[in-house]
Unconditional design. Structure first.
Ligand SMILES: [Zn+2]
Length: 135
């Protein structure tokens, strides 16, 4: 049904970082979102607010997207060296950036749900989990 009217359940907005793509693909698969989501990849994800917002807004406008999942990640190159990988400060900065996007989207599109996540690396630098953040 969703395909007939070009409406989809979700937009999944992530960083372009190659280290996380397989983890994110599995995450999408587990939620049965294939065929039912727009995939948005912007370096830094919520760390590039304007770029991410323009893509999310297009998804909502073109596809009636009902839910937006924003997945930022640990050790993101877009954030540079100002944040220590794995630190509380890093998580807080990413959470705050995702929260800012949520506020803008839900102000303009109150019917859209925005959820945030933070993907982490294990000790060997391998992407290992995607965890919800409170925004
Ligand atoms: Zn990144």
């Amino acid at each position: 049904m969703s395909k007939e009217n070009h409406e989809i359940s979700a937009a999944v907005a992530t960083c372009m970082d190659f280290r996380f793509q397989k983890l994110i693909a599995d995450w999408i698969e587990e939620r049965s979102l294939y065929g039912d989501h727009d995939r948005i990849a912007v370096a830094g994800a919520a760390g590039d607010r304007d770029a991410l917002l323009s893509q999310i807004k297009l998804s909502i406008k073109l596809h009636g997207t009902k839910g937006v999942h924003i997945i930022n990640h640990q050790n993101c190159g877009k954030y540079g060296n100002s944040l220590v990988s794995g630190s509380r400060a890093e998580l807080e900065k990413h959470t705050s950036d995702i929260s800012e996007i949520k506020e803008i989207i839900t102000h303009e599109y109150p019917e859209v749900t925005v959820l945030g996540y933070f993907a982490t690396l294990d000790e060997d630098g391998k992407a290992n989990s995607i965890n919800p953040v409170e925004i």
